[in-house]
Design a protein. Structure first.
Lengths: 422, 198
């Protein structure tokens, strides 16, 4: 209980005091101080697990249950089932993957009722503080932010269209870069995103591919407001489509039609063409393929690592104290999500530019992808998982089950062969 | 989007069913399991179906995954509500030694007793619920655990040997009592317990 009250009282002081200007400055300063620490991985498993392997556990079970001397003549025991049984029920209680697709649970409350589950009524003062917070966020911050966002997007569309009419050349590139940058910076202000960039000397260069972990669509804006990138994505309809068409007039981005996305060779070909042209900007890609809740990094799809360009990894870590940036696309649509973002206190994050990596001679695309993934996870303080983010929507493949079966078979049949030999 | 603090966060189902679940699981653990239930029920139906449990990646790669899921849906039911969910998971609560000392023998056995843990495991073998593990059922479970890695003859010999060793009254099948007897030295309380943190 104790930390919860102190955190709230501090934040209460912020919102109570005179001048939202002062409050914003205080928030920024506090946030910047925090961002200089390295984030620890947040391990909030709810059950106690022993990290032993299948073989060790089964042997231990047999040893404890049997009065016979442990020798290789044991092939199968009735008790072997306990291992699988317990492991199975453990995963029902808590597994590594399901919890990555919902917002992270915080240890102390940040005056937003949306990110706290185990939450009960505590005191009148807290409720009043919370109410005040709602008032400030919705009636003051939100209109300001919407106005800014509107300005940013319209400027982007208008600016890039105007630049598109110029003849190709250095002047056009210069202008297009600056129009993009300016509009992204306005959008960053619209979300009150307070970003700390580390190691800016490692920023991606032309002809490279920038990969980052994916938490929300805002990642794009955050990265693009500090560098010049070519975007990759599917063509959308509506407002997004208008923005995409305008952007591509000013400088080359890589937009795919829905039908083209399935064709992996076509995708690879277009990306390769783009990176080989050194005058084009570095590509920004999120290899996880889906949004994860910023506590872990999931399997990277190998497509972008097969192209053979230099990879510039970037780690993005959001501070959950001020707002939850994760986009749970099965729960919220894009508009609801943006509204939630604009009614949080702020989006505070750290961006680390890691040194560039290239694929070494003996490793294949998958190993290279895993190497990059580990580097990103380590830097951002995230848990490095081998599971595929696609598990959000699909079932896991049967090949993984066969691995377990093979391991177990070796135990019981391996012993059988020893017996028949002796 | 905003909910006032204390606006009915503690769900009704927990408040109403203490007698069904409370002796089996502590209040804090109950809350944790409730949030887990909600997380698994991603389209908010209020109950879980088989498919929801099959979505768990780590369970799908467990060779006995389907059997474990079956134990949550007894008697062919299709919907799993929260009290049912807790009732099964309560069997895995670690056993407190004080429980056994102070227990009133007239009260029903607690869900996480040694016998009930053994019964859970027995159920995974005994598919037709006739109270006996026949040689055929033993073969089926073995086949699940090894997949295609082992030949039929090897598997049959293993099954025969296991049934023979455990079978005492010579009826060619392993009853629950015989099962319990062959595992009497096993530290079931520890092997079949899952401790919920905080």
């Amino acid at each position: 209980m104790q930390p919860l009250l102190t955190a709230c009282e501090v934040q209460g002081a912020w919102s109570d005091s005179a001048g939202p200007q002062w409050a914003t400055l205080r928030m920024e300063r506090g946030a910047k101080e925090k961002n200089h620490q390295l984030y620890k991985p947040y391990t909030n498993g709810i059950i106690a697990k022993d990290p032993t392997s299948l073989e060790e556990e089964i042997k231990e079970i047999r040893r404890s249950g049997s009065s016979k001397a442990l020798d290789n003549t044991l092939e199968f025991e009735l008790s072997d089932i306990f291992y699988f049984c317990r492991k199975g029920v453990e995963t029902i209680m808590d597994d590594e993957v399901t919890k990555r697709f919902s917002a992270e649970e915080l240890e102390s409350w940040n005056l937003l009722s949306r990110t706290n589950y185990n939450f009960q009524y505590i005191s009148l003062r807290l409720t009043v503080l919370w109410g005040l917070g709602v008032l400030i966020r919705y009636c003051f911050l939100l209109p300001l932010r919407i106005a800014l966002a509107f300005t940013g997007i319209s400027l982007l569309v208008v600016g890039t269209t105007v630049v598109g009419y110029l003849p190709n050349g250095r002047f056009k590139e210069f202008l297009s870069k600056h129009v993009h940058l300016m509009c992204y910076r306005i959008c960053v202000r619209a979300l009150t995103a307070i970003i700390t960039y580390h190691d800016r000397k490692n920023r991606p260069r032309n002809g490279g591919i920038c990969v980052a972990n994916h938490t929300s669509p805002i990642d794009v804006i955050i990265l693009a407001s500090d560098g010049y990138y070519a975007m990759v994505g599917q063509v959308h309809g509506g407002l997004m489509g208008v923005i995409q068409r305008a952007m591509v007039k000013a400088c080359p981005h890589v937009w795919f039609e829905r039908s083209e996305v399935k064709d992996r060779h076509l995708v690879a070909k277009r990306l390769t063409e783009h990176v080989q042209d050194k005058s084009k900007l570095p590509i920004l890609i999120f290899p996880e393929g889906t949004c994860i809740n910023n506590t872990s990094v999931m399997m990277f799809k190998k497509g972008s690592f097969e192209i053979g360009a230099t990879v510039y990894p970037v780690a993005i870590k959001y501070d959950p104290q001020f707002g939850d940036a994760f986009w749970n696309s099965s729960k919220y649509g894009m508009v609801t999500y943006l509204l939630r973002m604009m009614t949080s206190w702020a989006i505070v994050c750290s961006v680390w530019y890691l040194p560039p990596m290239t694929r070494e001679a003996e490793e294949d695309a998958v190993q290279f992808a895993n190497r990059v993934k580990s580097a990103i996870a380590r830097q951002g303080g995230l848990v490095d998982l081998l599971w595929d983010g696609g598990l959000k929507r699909e079932k896991v493949k049967d090949t993984f089950k066969e691995e377990q079966q093979k391991l177990y078979s070796k135990m019981i049949v391996g012993n059988h062969e020893d017996r028949s030999r002796s | 989007m905003e909910r006032a603090p204390g606006s009915g966060r503690v769900p009704r189902v927990l408040a109403e069913s203490p007698s069904a679940c409370a002796p089996a699981v502590s209040q804090a653990s109950l809350l944790r399991l409730y949030h887990r239930f909600r997380a698994l029920d991603w389209n908010e139906k209020g109950y879980l179906s088989r498919v929801d449990l099959q979505q768990i990646g780590a369970l799908a790669v467990n060779p006995l995954g389907d059997r474990i899921i079956d134990s949550f849906f007894p008697d062919g039911s299709l919907h799993l509500d929260f009290p049912g969910f807790v009732r099964v998971l309560a069997r895995f609560r670690p056993v407190d030694d004080e429980d056994n000392g102070n227990r009133d023998p007239k009260e029903p056995e607690p869900l996480n007793s040694r016998m009930n843990k053994l019964r859970f495991a027995f159920q995974l073998y005994d598919l037709d619920r006739d109270g006996k593990i026949s040689r055929q059922e033993m073969l089926q479970v073995l086949r699940l655990m090894v997949g295609v890695q082992v030949t039929e003859e090897q598997l049959e010999s293993i099954a025969d040997r296991t049934v023979q060793e455990a079978d005492e009254d010579g009826d060619g099948a392993v009853s629950f009592l015989e099962f319990a007897k062959s595992l009497e030295k096993m530290n079931i309380e520890q092997k079949m317990s899952i401790r919920i943190l905080k």
